[in-house]
Design a protein around this ligand. Structure first.
Ligand SMILES: [Fe+2]
Length: 183
């Protein structure tokens, strides 16, 4: 289930609010400039669908987003619990960072948690199948795919190397509930 849990950044124990309804999540994220949508596949997709089949199933939504923001490339990535790099992959963006490009992800399958820090609050968004999240460039955030990462996602890019993480050095992520505590 997709959830948005909002905390004061100095208190990771007591959430200020928790939303599970699409409209409530969308509206709360819109207030901090983060776009959140739900996309429907135009045809059933098997778990082993190819990149081309995935793209075809979401073609209309992909094209609309690409036109809106001028994305230059789109790809599909997968992570599985048995992947040899699963632990390293989890650690890569588990600390607070920013990017010079959008971080735009559509969850074809599986799940992962974004934590966005803005205006003195931390927004923990657990994404699941059908969720599109679009973080503007320079949004302060981190991402937790959990100890047994399992997801397939479409990624959108405008700038080469725009996905590189610029780490803030703030250990704030260590204080907040991990993915597995919330899912
Ligand atoms: Fe990121």
């Amino acid at each position: 289930m997709t959830t948005l849990t909002i905390y004061a950044e100095h208190d990771a124990k007591t959430p200020l609010a928790r939303h599970t309804e699409f409209a409530a999540i969308r509206d709360a994220l819109a207030q901090i400039g983060v776009e959140f949508e739900r996309w429907e596949a135009s045809q059933p997709l098997s778990p082993t669908a190819s990149q081309e089949e995935v793209m075809a199933a979401y073609r209309t939504s992909i094209d609309t987003l690409v036109r809106k923001y001028g994305f230059q490339s789109v790809d599909v990535v997968s992570m599985h619990p048995d992947h040899p790099q699963a632990e390293a992959a989890r650690g890569k963006f588990l600390s607070e960072h920013t990017h010079t490009d959008f971080e735009t992800r559509f969850f074809v399958d599986g799940s992962g948690a974004f934590y966005i820090r803005k205006n003195g609050k931390v927004y923990m968004l657990v994404c699941t199948r059908g969720d599109l999240v679009n973080l503007p460039a320079n949004t302060t955030h981190w991402f937790d795919m959990g100890p047994r990462p399992n997801f397939k996602a479409i990624r959108f890019f405008r700038i080469p190397d725009g996905w590189v993480g610029h780490f803030t050095g703030d250990p704030i992520a260590d204080r907040f509930p991990k993915y597995e505590a919330m899912v």
